[in-house]
Design a protein around this ligand. Structure first.
Ligand code: APR
Length: 233
């Protein structure tokens, strides 16, 4: 088992207290994603969108990585050139657990983007529509988050990693949002083994050769320990 590509979703950070989206009390049961996670929503009401992400940024600041984040960071440290950590999550809990070079395909809460000139910078804790861009000074500041209808980041790099993968593991994602939900098929077509780690079966469960169900904080460290033992770690 040489090259491993790991895709994580909101379930990885659920036990750290960050909300998921589609579970019983998920974020999309409280907010209309069209208002807070689309370019049209931002154009209509930028203050509402900033309030939404300011609340998520504060929630993230108050959260801590859980045993699953720590286990993935441990796995990556054991073989950095063989483990590619792709995440749909916009929190920095993997980084705070010691992971590096995490591929944030949906952007990051702690980064800001100028909708006019494309400049990116470290986001302050609280962002407002009136905040001027540090580069062009125009008040076009937005969270550096990929919204519905926008193109995810780093897809070329992810495609290359999937082509080389011997194992593709999806952790804590419902398999509802593409292109991430299609990675399992890309990896399998390239000859990789596929494993899903989730609290319950995802929409794409049938596409995985192997599935383990349980809380990420328990089943991810157990799986990582097996891989490290197999690698002689
Ligand atoms: N341990 C493991 N998995 C869990 C846990 C847990 N403790 N709690 C919940 N889960 C799983 C659920 O079973 C579900 O499969 O996490 C998944 C959460 O699914 P979603 O809320 O749909 O989150 P995600 O799959 O990450 O959403 C993908 O949709 O809204 C967009 O951009 C947003 O990145 C997000 C994308």
């Amino acid at each position: 088992m040489q090259n491993i590509v790991i895709l994580t979703g909101a379930g990885l950070s659920a036990e750290s207290g960050l909300g998921t989206f589609r579970d019983q009390h998920g974020l999309w049961t409280k907010y209309d994603l069209n208002d807070v996670a689309t370019p049209e929503g931002f154009a209509r009401n930028p203050a509402l969108v900033h309030d939404f992400y300011n609340a998520r940024r504060a929630n993230c600041l108050g959260a801590s990585p859980n045993a699953a984040h720590a286990a993935l960071a441990r796995l990556q440290r054991a073989a950095p050139d063989r483990v590619c950590l792709v995440t749909q999550n916009v929190d920095d809990l993997l980084e705070r657990a010691g992971a590096v070079d995490v591929v944030h395909m949906h952007g990051q809460l702690n980064r800001a983007l100028c909708a006019d000139c494309g400049h990116r910078w470290d986001a302050p804790q609280v962002m407002a529509p009136s905040a001027p861009c540090p580069a062009c000074a125009r008040a076009a500041t937005r969270p550096d988050i990929v919204w519905f209808g926008e193109y995810p980041y780093h897809l070329d790099r992810i495609d290359r990693a999937l082509m080389r993968a011997d194992l593709f593991v999806a952790i804590g994602t419902s398999g509802n949002v593409y292109p991430a939900a299609g990675f399992v098929q890309q990896a399998a077509a390239a000859g990789a083994a596929t494993l899903e780690l989730n609290l319950e079966a995802s929409a794409t469960a049938a596409l995985f050769e192997d599935t383990r169900l349980g809380p990420a904080s328990q089943i991810v460290p157990a799986w990582v320990a097996e891989v490290l033992a197999h690698w002689g770690g």
